[in-house]
Design a protein. Sequence first.
Length: 303
Amino acid sequence: MFKKSYLGLDLNVREMRAAALQRVRKSVQLKAARILPLADELFAFSAQEPNVLDPKRFVENLQELLAPMAGREEQLAVSLPDRVGRILLTEVDTVFKSQAEGTDILKWKLKNSLPGSPHDIQLDYQALDKNERGQTRILVSLVHRAVLAQYEELIAEAGFKPAIVDFHSMNLYNFYRPRLDLGQDFVLVSLEGNTLSLQFFHDRMPFFFRVLEVASEPARIFHEVDRSVVRHRNHPGFSRASVFLHCDWERCDEMLGALKSVFDREVTLLDPRIDRMGLKPVHLPGDGERSLVASIGVAERLT
C-alpha cells in the first residue's frame, strides 16, 4: 500500500538538503534524508534578481537529490536562504477589510524596506496580537517575484510542485517548537556558517527578528549579538527569556561563553536528535543531522 510522504527541501550555497517524512499513528517520523554537495557558482543569492546561475544543473541536482526518496510524491515544501527575501515585524492601526487590502497597505507602509517596486513583490502576512497601544502586530514575509518565479519554474521542471516556500530561520523554529519546552519568553540564536539569526519571542509570539552575514569569529559574533539586542534589554520578557543556540560550527562550545556574556545567563546548545525520528537509521557525514533541521521543519508544514 502506498503511504504518503512529505518532502522538504532546504537550499544552501554549499549543498541541497532534503527530508522525507511519514505519519505513523499520531507522530511524524523521518523516512529518508539526503544531503547533496554542490559545485561552486550554482547560486548567487540575492533579494532583487533570480538566484540560480546554472538552471540546467540546478534541475539535474534536484532530481539527483530527490529521486531516491520521493517515490510518487510531487508536492515539495521549500526553505530558501533568509537573504533572498525579508521577514519583518510591524504594527498597524487599521483593521484590514480583506487580505488584498492588507497586502496593499503593508507594501505602502514598508516601501522603504522592499527589495523592488511594490508591484514586483510577493508579500504574505500574519496578524499576531495587539500591543499596549492597541495596534495589531504583523509578521510580514516578502520576496521579489522574479526570485520566487525562477525557483518555482525550475522545481516544476524537475518534476515537483512547490506547495510551500518559506525562509530558513522560520523553519529552524518550526522544527524545535514542538520538540522542546522553549517557554513563554525565549531567544533562538542560530549560527550556520557565516549566517547569524536572532529571534526573540515574547508570550510565544515573535517580537524581534534579525538575520545577517558575519565573520565566523566568537568576538565578532559577540559584538553583533550585543548590538542587535541592546534596545530590547529593558523589555521584561527579554530579561527573563531562556536562550537557545542552534549551531553547525565545529567549535560551538566557544560560542556558548560569548553568548553567556551577552545575555548574562546560561545558554542551551540545541541537539536536534534527528536519530530519534527515523523509521530506520539515517547515516549522514559529519554534522549532517544539524544540517537537516530546516528541511524537516519545512516538510512538517505539509503534514
